[in-house]
Unconditional design. Sequence first.
Length: 343
Amino acid sequence: MKNMQGSPKRSNGYCLGIESSADDFGVGIATFNGEILANNSDSYIPEEGGIHPREAARHHSDVADKVVKEALIAAGLKPGELSVISFSQGPGLGPSLRTGATVARALASYLQIPLVGVNHSVAHIEIGELETGAEDPVTLYVSGGNTMVTAFEAGRYRVFGETLDIALGNCLDVFARKAGLKNRKDLPLGAAVERLAAKGKNLVSLPYVVKGMDLSLSGLLTSATVWLQKDCALEDLCYSLQEHAFSMVTEVTERALAHTEKTEVLLTGGVAANKRLQSMLEVISKEHDAAFNVVPLEFATDNGAMIAWTGVLAYTHGLSTPLDESFVKLRWRVDKVDVPWKQ
């Protein structure tokens, strides 16, 4: 993280960003010149199963005040020094998004400063570019809720390929729960699958579904779950699931790279932390003479810093969100967002 120690470097403004699209309530603070001064969060972990939207929203409401205060302390700022408030406006889970939006509206109204609604997917791309120095990459964004390959073209991030059903992170998490693995703060489900996969040796035959530039993961998940009932080592199943799923997203990324002729590849989102996926993308990047970039682990999962930085980009290029238009957008696609800062 940049400039996290001591007094923050003075700039012409500070943006506080709130991320609450799913199970994390994050608050980040960024300067207008691209320094991340704070990136604090508190995560909701269900006792069993996946995310329960209302419980996640209740968690976010309970911890919001604490996380905002922690971020201000980390940044060495007082509320009155903030210039703008940004928040994750979508896509995401309705109850969770609405909780973050309510906190953001309250802060902006109380401080009498502008409010900026940010697209969650765009924010994952922008924090990746900021932290790696990538300028115009083909981006593979893989998380619990999204799986897509994008690249900037004609004012927007265009989608060159995406999942037709479930997201890659969700696929790994559901399989992990079916296999009896427990979600822990120190070892998320995806990381638990990666650890077991590293011990796998035998490749189990599973569905491989790439349709043009898109891919499907539901059949892969179903088949891998069926294999759990057979005499097959869990390490081999985790290994096989990763190999098939990662090969699919890598194939689509390579096709987009060949089509766009970009010279950079960026991997971002929560699944970006997986070393095996990184190694596959690094290989195809080298084959196309493209620089390979991976978002730092701290900014891979959902975080407030990415919302704060994207809020800076939007606000400094003339964009803001009136209070009466700050409703959340549960299915706000990345290719529906104007990106004037990259013109």
